[in-house]
Write a protein that binds this ligand. Structure first.
Ligand code: GTP
Ligand code: SPV
Ligand code: MN
Length: 580
């Protein structure tokens, strides 16, 4: 009898014929299989044991030094029409792309084991979840996928019931930067990745599936797949508002998702639903409902410390994988910002010397199940998702952009998201600290033309009777001396509090040409060491600066030609003339 798994089995056989592994292993997600895989990686040195007294179940992985971040210049969206990929993506003709990468895959798993990983993005029983299968020759990828997704037998059962799944083929190849490609075929729901073992390049459920392919599917099906955290903010009165926030890579999503309210805010509580990816669907009630498709965190290590992110530090003392961090003399994981301890080895395993740079790579990461987070929200398992009250956009901007402002309405909010820019970070290879346009924090992740994407956002908003309010934040303003002006981290709750006050009609705000800012006294600053002048600067609107900013936004939107919705330019002109 024909089974709905026939096409999966056929694909697995075809891949095995192409890549010629020594054996094929189906991953069932079991503890026993995971233990065996870890033992094997300890034997080969792919994993190193950390101090099992202080960090039971914790391991260190050291990447090839040339393979420590996403590679945007080698990431392609391969659609039949180049225009559909848009100027925001590198494009290759699908036929040519398959030919190029299949030549690399040929025989590449000889002497290796091929792992077949069925996984589900989102709660197993949610209608919003989507399944995939990743084939890989990296046991490190298997163990990370086990933490990051709902992987194994239940996912396979769902695939068997549905018959459809995203196909992801991955090999670490020779880890040669000259033989490395991350290719997406949205029309075929297929991903092929060769030559990297790192994060977003290799854990195909994450950026490749849950953002690049999912954003494509979301447009066809009327929902949104976004690079956003999801957080529940419970006030002392007991009501909880869910907020989704898009910040570019290494710009504060994980930190905001699990912040601990400052001492001045007793009775406030933050619930973590997700820290990186958010799938949002219009509900029958006219609101947007969000799920986190992931089940773990692949978080930035440097800067994560007891003062900045205590919830993260507490969840990292057991059952976690650390990638490219340093170690202390007693073999505990270490990175800049964690503690005053001294590292003895750096991320490459060399004896630590300050002259060699930081002990932990700036894009070093931890992988851990989200269930280990003290602020984990049980709503992360709710198949219906959570209702979103506010959407927040934000970037790393040393100047001009105020601490917070609110968009006039949905359409203006889409412009605010499309106008985002941020300093580049170590999450991707290339220069760090260069301001670039990063609409909705999706520049590296949108699987199709940004013009079509903004149009889709406008369309979705038009269907919502009760759309989320849209805000923009900037935690990263710097003083003339180069210091951060806003304390950030836990104190960011104060900004979320103002947003909630806006949602509930408690704050009137102050109307400015760029949107609505907190009126005098509306931002709760009690207990902060923040002088009046700094606060004034954080909430000021520099009209000349904004006129120049909006002129460059106009040029940027124009570079999308006719694909860019006219409504966005109209919104921009509205703001521009209000400034004049
Ligand atoms: P990806 O996982 O790459 O998508 O990153 P992310 O957006 O989750 O960023 P994350 O929360 O890991 O933060 C990245 C870096 O920014 C860390 O070094 C943090 O310590 C720092 N950071 C986060 N929030 C703040 C803040 O409010 N103020 C300041 N100054 N730094 C922050
Ligand atoms: C990011 O770069 O936005 C990440 C890490 O979240 S990666 O999985 O490598 O994409
Ligand atoms: Mn991310």
């Amino acid at each position: 009898m024909a089974s709905k798994l026939d096409s999966l089995n056929q694909w697995v056989n075809d891949v095995a014929a192409l890549t010629t592994p020594d054996q094929v292993v189906w991953c069932d997600g079991s503890e026993a299989q995971s233990q065996a895989l870890k033992a094997q990686m300890l034997a080969t040195g792919e994993l190193l044991e950390l101090n099992q007294q202080t960090h039971p179940g914790c391991y260190l992985h050291r990447s090839d030094p040339s393979d420590v971040a996403r590679v945007e210049h080698l990431t392609f969206v391969c659609t039949s029409s180049r225009e559909d990929a848009g100027p925001n993506n590198h494009w290759m003709d699908p036929g040519q792309a398959h030919e190029k990468i299949d030549a690399l895959f040929e025989g590449c798993m000889r002497g290796r084991t091929m792992y077949v990983i069925p996984y589900c993005m989102g709660p197993i029983d949610s209608p919003f979840s989507r399944c995939g299968v990743e084939i890989t020759d990296s046991p490190y990828v298997v163990e990370n996928m086990r933490l990051m997704t709902r992987m194994g037998a239940p996912a396979l059962a769902r695939i068997e019931a549905e018959g459809s799944f995203v196909r992801g083929l991955h090999s670490i190849g020779e880890l040669d930067p000259e033989r490395r490609f991350i290719m997406h075929f949205p029309e075929e729901l297929t991903i092929k990745s060769y030559g990297s073992g790192y994060g977003g390049n290799a854990l195909l459920g994450k950026k490749c599936h849950a953002l690049r392919l999912a954003s494509w599917q979301a447009r066809e099906q009327g929902w949104l797949a976004e690079h956003m955290l999801i957080v529940g903010v419970q006030s002392p009165a007991g009501d909880t508002h869910y907020i989704a926030a898009a910040f570019p890579s290494a710009c504060g999503k994980t930190n905001l998702a699990m912040l601990i309210p400052p001492e001045t805010h007793p009775g406030w509580k933050v619930w973590t639903v997700g820290d990186d990816i958010c799938w949002m669907h219009p509900g029958k009630d006219g609101r947007l409902w969000a799920i986190n498709p992931e089940s773990g965190f692949f978080g930035v290590a440097p800067g994560t410390g007891a003062k900045t992110n205590p919830n993260a530090v507490a969840m990292l003392d057991r059952d976690a994988i650390f990638t490219n961090v340093g170690v202390t003399a007693d073999n505990r994981p270490w990175w800049e910002g964690l503690s005053d301890d001294q590292p003895v080895k750096d991320w490459q395993g060399r004896d630590y010397q300050s002259g060699n740079g930081p002990a932990a790579h700036p894009n070093s990461r931890f992988t851990v199940s989200m269930r280990q987070c003290a602020s984990f929200s049980p709503e992360a398992d709710n198949p219906a998702g959570v209702p979103i009250s506010a959407i927040v956009f934000g970037g790393r901007r040393a100047s001009l952009i105020p601490l917070v402002f609110e968009a006039r309405d949905w359409a203006h909010g889409v412009l605010v998201g499309a106008s985002m820019a941020s300093e580049t970070t170590a999450a991707a290879t290339g220069a760090v600290g260069v301001v670039r346009r990063d609409p909705m924090a999706m520049k590296p992740f949108c699987g199709y033309n940004f013009g079509d994407y903004w149009r889709h956002w406008l369309r979705v908003g038009g269907e919502l009777n009760n759309p989320p309010r849209i805000f923009h934040v900037n935690w990263f303003r710097k003083s003339a001396e180069g210091r951060f002006m806003w304390p950030g981290f836990g104190d960011n709750l104060r900004v979320l509090q103002w947003m909630i006050d806006r949602c509930d009609g408690r704050a009137t705000g102050r109307e400015e040409p760029i949107g609505i800012l907190p009126a005098e006294g509306e931002l709760e600053t009690s207990g902060l060491q923040l002088d009046a002048d700094t606060l004034q600067q954080l909430l000021a609107v520099d009209r000349d600066g904004w006129r120049a900013e909006l002129a460059t936004v106009g040029e940027y939107l124009a570079s999308y030609g006719e694909r860019c919705p006219e409504q966005l330019q109209a919104e921009r002109e509205r703001t521009q003339s209000a400034l004049n």
